[in-house]
Design a protein around this ligand. Sequence first.
Ligand code: THU
Length: 144
Amino acid sequence: MAKEMAVSDQELVCAAIEARETAYVPYSGFSVGAALLTSDGKIYKGGNIENAAYTPSNCAERTAFFKAVSEGEKNFAAIAIVGGKHEKSISDYCAPCGVCRQVMMEFCDPETFRILLAKNSEEWKVYTLKELLPLGFSGKDLDK
Ligand code: THU
């Protein structure tokens, strides 16, 4: 049986850049791409999807998570995120919104889940979920 190749951080960043092409952003003109890596090496890509009524809009990160979870995935290792003005190349890092951080908290170990914020295919910064969501609330808190 062929051995699965590990996905590199750069491959994950490139997948997020590709995912950004799928963003549907007629209202904000700000397109975001996310690439979510499962613990067994699969990548789920997502773009942000906006709506004329605004509030039904979905961030790129949640598109990727909901695609993955709806396919039965529950174990995640990392996510790469890129964002910037639509149809322009990215010029700065794009941090996940609070709602997306909370969705990550639902499915990921904050100590080990890695969040890669990329400027381009060569430059990115890595954080843990715990760094971006200190004192996060999760299902474990409901058992206390
Ligand atoms: N957005 C994301 O998709 N992810 C983020 O991390 C930040 C914001 C989207 C939401 C909206 O469609 C657009 O970017 C502008 O806020």
